[in-house]
Structure formats: C-alpha cells, structure tokens
Design a protein around this ligand. Sequence first.
Ligand code: ADP
Ligand code: ADP
Length: 222
Amino acid sequence: DMIIRTENAAKSYTTGTVTTHALRGVTLGIPPGSFTCIVGPSGHGKSTLMHLIGGLDRPSEGSVFLDGCEISTLDNSNMAKLRAQKIGFVFQFFNLLQSLTAAENVEIAMMLAGIPEKEQASRALKLLALVGLAEKADAKPSQLSGGQQQRVAIARALANDPAILLMDEPTGNLDSAAEGEILAILRSLHAVGKTIVIVTHNDEIAKTAENIIRVMDGRVLS
Ligand code: ADP
Ligand code: ADP
C-alpha cells in the first residue's frame, strides 16, 4: 500500500553515440502521507527519478506504480490523466504564465482538470489564502517576489486537490526568508495528509523529512 513504488526502474538517455545511465535500477516505496526528500549530488539521477515517479517520463526498464496502477505501461493520454488526478508539480523556476494574474494561474490548472467554471474563482482564492497570498490574487508574477511566485505555484499545484505533491528544488532559487515560508507551507500540507516528495539540496527541508532517499550514481542507497 505504498502510494508510489518503483521496481528496478532504470533510465538511459542516448544522444548520438553516447548513452548516459541516469538511473541504474531503482526499487523503492513511498508511503501515503509521508514527507520524503530525494537527496544526492548534482547529475546523479534525482530529477530523472522524480520524472519517472511523476509520470513525466517512462523508465527504459522496470516499473513505476502510482496508487497501485502501473503507469509505465500507460499510453500518453492515460498517463496525463492519472498524473492530473494524483499529482501536483512544483519546479525550481516557478513556471507561472507571466501574462496572467496569480488567481488566473491557479484557475487555468483547474480548467485543465475539469473543475466546473463557477467554482474556479472561489477555489483559487481559497488556495491563495492557504499559501498566505489572498491579497495578491490580482497581481502578475512580475509584481511578486520569488517566494511569492513559488507560493502561487504551490497553490496551482493544489488546484486539483492531488494526493501527492512532487517538487524539484522548490527553494533552489529563493532566499532564506522565502525558504522558511515555503517550508512552513509544506509542513502544513503534510499535516493535512498530503504525500510530499521533494528533490532538494536544502538541509532545513531534509531535516523535516521522515524519509530520505539518497541517490548516488543512478542508484538508491538504503
Ligand atoms: P539539476 O542538477 O539541478 O537537477 P540538471 O542540469 O542535472 O539539473 O538537469 C535539469 C534537467 O535538464 C533534467 O531534468 C533534464 O531534463 C535536463 N538535462 C540534464 N542533463 C541533460 C543532458 N545532458 N542533455 C539533455 N538534457 C539534460
Ligand atoms: P540530478 O537531478 O541528480 O542533477 P539528473 O537526473 O538531472 O540528475 O541527471 C542524471 C544524469 O542523466 C546526468 O548525467 C544528466 O546529464 C543526464 N541526463 C538527464 N536528463 C537527460 C536528458 N534529457 N538527456 C540526456 N542526458 C540526460
């Protein structure tokens, strides 16, 4: 009853005649509701592992299971559907749409998830309030600090009420004050039962984690 599971998941990239073994056969399980950090040196396979467990990419070998469903064998459209139901993503560089307000950035994720239009605005405001940004609902990303933009990105990731939040270096581009705010939000999401999985170099976040997955040279150290 792990919410995320991999069995001997391997991933190679071939560019021309060069093959990189980014992951060399990883078996792991992440319990529902846990706070898990994926740590390890740069270039050792952390982002690749995150892309596999998030259904953003498929393993070259082995299997990936999300909530009991083997995602590695789904076609693109079913993989996208499952991903949208189960997972919210947060990335290092926020990836907000610059021409839209904070609220609209959250609403657009709801549109994609099929949340009824009449519920979108009020739900977006609730999520922005949850990350402490109710008063910035009408601001454009360029009018927000990096930490505020990342909080909008977290609100957007929560648009579809996913069971799992997957984050790749969410504080990698933030100062320590903003980092603290993000960490407080992550703790509160963990407290309400979200499964949180974070690729991070941040020691404060890693200290909060219940599980640490150490990635080294494409393998997971126990
Ligand atoms: P980080 O060390 O912060 O995880 P990387 O530079 O290793 O950043 O990777 C960031 C992303 O860039 C990866 O998830 C992958 O999609 C892409 N990437 C990394 N290395 C290569 C490469 N050699 N060729 C093509 N894309 C790459
Ligand atoms: P990390 O996140 O730990 O920095 P990555 O998973 O991004 O590591 O990368 C692991 C290895 O795979 C690195 O050698 C990287 O250059 C390579 N890599 C990652 N993505 C790609 C890609 N899309 N194409 C080619 N090589 C890649």
